[in-house]
Design a protein around this ligand. Structure first.
Ligand SMILES: Cc1cc2nc3c(=O)[nH]c(=O)nc-3n(C[C@H](O)[C@H](O)[C@H](O)COP(=O)(O)OP(=O)(O)OC[C@H]3O[C@@H](n4cnc5c(N)ncnc54)[C@H](O)[C@@H]3O)c2cc1C
Length: 414
């Protein structure tokens, strides 16, 4: 793989950009791999990348039924933060955030990480208590967050109305090194790096069955034939329940659609990410100038990937209170993704009852930020059978009552 560099851009400019090579190969599946990952979203691709980079396991296939990054990874609102409450969460999300800081250099692919700062508004006394508690927990965990005053909120976000008609802004949980990254680029960067290591990223390859023998995984059945493997990673977000069913076990997961929308582009007016959990909405401004707006999840289980009018209306109505200037904006597009929600709002990174088969799911509304950290830990789990980043997030915790409650950190906030 040729490296991208300023020199390469200059060279290609002189030869009419005819010398760029394909970013990743499109191989036919082989009969057998050391490891197969189902799902070429960010988490699946990152797992494959760190299997190769950290453990030298490169005989790997990543199977994707659609196009890579076409699931939630390419549909999210790109918020990256690590201000969670519980220690295991802070560890994996902060590892992830710190990997994002240098991901472009690591992958030699610009993922446009922008540590512009993320604030979660406190608009009730209950939220003040919750976020102050999180700020104290973060201080002990070594995660840099602060609880800031309404005046500081206004200084950072001049377009905000801190006196809101229903809910005035009473303060905010502020993480200065949190931010955003370009979601497609994260998937593309990992895919290119995996392909460069000799791994097979195979699109339009749907897994329709999981084969086992004597309680151990043998391989998968796909619409492109049977593929054997020694280790299998299921990393399919909203489809986790279906794949677990194929492998013969059940998951404590509900799949629901989560929606988002963007406005027409406007001049730069807000250079941080703001989340308002009480009125239920959050917003940032993309590099193109669009206001990227996220709302809540559907109240019923479903597998749609579309937006719906009532969500757009509810979310925009809520945000108009906090940001009156968006009253006159036209909304351009809305869409949905199928998110995989656990009861304690924490992910599952775990061995499964089927030997050799591992599962990474349950990131729900907030897994984009976790892609590098999750890939790092899950690769270790698949390679060594244990990982300090993953060991608290086992499937067993739901049976044993060891919940990792992140309902305050997860809520509407992604
Ligand atoms: C609207 C919206 C906004 C969000 N905002 C944020 C945010 O701001 N910040 C944040 O951190 N997170 C956010 N999230 C959540 C985040 O997008 C997800 O947690 C994360 O992208 C999950 O990544 P993944 O790789 O696990 O799943 P996905 O990207 O969904 O990848 C799974 C892949 O598996 C494939 N697959 C499924 N079944 C099969 C099969 N049988 N065979 C082969 N392939 C299969 C799918 O096609 C898919 O490509 C948001 C999500 C949505 C929908």
């Amino acid at each position: 793989m040729k490296r991208y560099s300023a020199f390469a851009i200059a060279r290609e400019a002189f030869r009419y950009h005819m010398g760029w090579e394909r970013a990743w190969a499109s191989p036919e599946p082989k009969k057998k791999y050391d490891a197969v990952i189902i799902g070429a979203g960010g988490h699946g691709l990152a797992t494959a990348y760190y299997l190769g980079k950290n453990f030298g396991i490169t005989n790997v296939a990543i199977l994707e039924k659609g196009w890579l990054g076409g699931g939630n990874t390419g549909r999210n609102t790109t918020i990256i933060r690590s201000n969670y409450l519980q220690d295991p969460s802070a560890a994996i999300y902060e590892k992830s955030r710190s990997l994002y800081e240098t991901l472009s250099q690591d992958l030699n692919y610009n993922v446009m990480y922008s540590p512009r700062g993320v604030m979660m508004l406190a608009q009730t006394q209950h939220e003040i208590r919750g976020y102050e508690r999180t700020a104290h927990a973060n201080a002990l965990q070594g995660v840099d967050t602060q609880f800031i005053s309404p005046e500081r909120v206004k200084e950072l976000v001049p377009i905000i109305n801190i006196e809101g008609p229903r809910y005035p802004v009473l303060g905010a949980l502020w993480q200065p090194r949190a931010g955003t990254a370009r979601h497609d680029a994260v998937a593309w960067g990992y895919a290119r790096a995996c392909s460069a290591m000799g791994m097979d990223v195979i699109q339009k390859c749907e897994v329709t069955g999981i084969r086992s023998e004597g309680g151990k995984v043998r391989g998968v059945t796909t619409n492109r034939g049977e593929i054997d493997c020694d280790r299998l990673g299921i990393v399919v977000a909203g489809h986790s329940g279906q794949l677990a069913d194929m492998a013969g076990f059940r998951l404590p997961i509900e799949s629901v659609a989560l929606q988002a929308l963007v406005s027409e582009p406007i001049k730069p007016c807000m250079d941080v990410v703001v989340m308002a959990n009480t009125v239920h909405g959050y917003m940032s401004q993309s590099d193109k100038g669009e206001m990227v707006i996220g709302g809540g999840a559907d109240g019923y289980n479903n597998y749609t990937q579309r937006g719906s009018f009532h969500h757009a209306e509810e979310t925009v109505r809520a945000l108009c209170e906090t940001f009156p200037i968006i009253n006159r904006l036209k909304m351009l597009r809305q869409w949905g993704g199928i998110v995989d929600m656990t009861g304690d709002r924490s992910p599952i990174l775990s061995k499964t009852p089927l030997e050799g088969c591992f599962i990474n799911c349950g990131w729900g509304t907030g897994g984009f930020k976790a892609i590098p950290g999750s890939g790092w830990g899950f690769a270790e789990l698949m390679a060594k059978g244990t990982s300090p980043l993953c060991d608290a997030f086992t499937l067993d915790r739901f049976r044993e009552g060891r919940f990792i409650d992140e309902s305050v950190a997860a809520g509407v906030a992604h």
